[in-house]
Design a binder for this molecule. Structure first.
Ligand SMILES: [Zn+2]
Length: 166
């Protein structure tokens, strides 16, 4: 099942101008299936913990994800990563490095992931109704079997796979 990126409603396949498109059954949004760009952070907080949020929306309902979201026209990818981290988990961060770009044949989103550190002291907390919970996980407690997206899994692997993480 595919869900509307605007309202979360179920998407049906319809034929428009001879091409198969996804159209939301709830709000009518037509999905043109260009690759969208999202920005996200692997944010480190005290004790080397990494911040994850547990999603309260589909897709990935009830599962954990690094903070991130779609890049808006008129902002840089890096600025979107900082903005989305503040909006989702309430942390003001500074970007400290680049983790990777994650795209997959079956996904409509390419996720650009940065390493971030706190620019101001704070503890993660859900902000906007998109998450049930947000907290820092030590590496050995990452819920690998309950991650929402391949991009979160792969970014965390790459982050810790580097010679000197952090
Ligand atoms: Zn919709």
């Amino acid at each position: 099942m595919e869900y509307c990126r605007r309202c979360g409603g179920p998407v049906d396949t319809v034929t428009l101008l001879g091409k198969a498109r996804g159209r939301c059954g709830r709000c009518g949004h037509v999905e043109y299936r260009d690759l969208a760009v999202a920005a996200a952070t692997v944010t480190e907080v005290a004790g080397g913990r990494v911040v994850l949020a547990r999603r309260a929306i589909r897709p990935g309902f009830g599962q954990w994800v690094i903070p991130g979201g779609f890049v808006e026209a008129g902002e840089t990818v890096a600025a979107a990563a900082v903005r989305e981290t503040a909006e989702e988990v309430g942390l003001h961060v500074a970007l400290a490095g680049f983790v990777g770009v994650y795209s997959y044949p079956r996904s409509r989103v390419a996720v650009v992931v940065y390493h971030a550190v706190l620019a101001r002291p704070g503890e993660p907390a859900p902000q906007d109704g998109e998450s049930f919970e947000a907290r820092g996980f030590p590496r050995e407690e990452i819920p690998w079997d309950a991650l929402a997206f391949d991009s979160t899994r792969d970014a965390l692997r790459d982050f810790w796979g580097r010679p000197n993480p952090g």
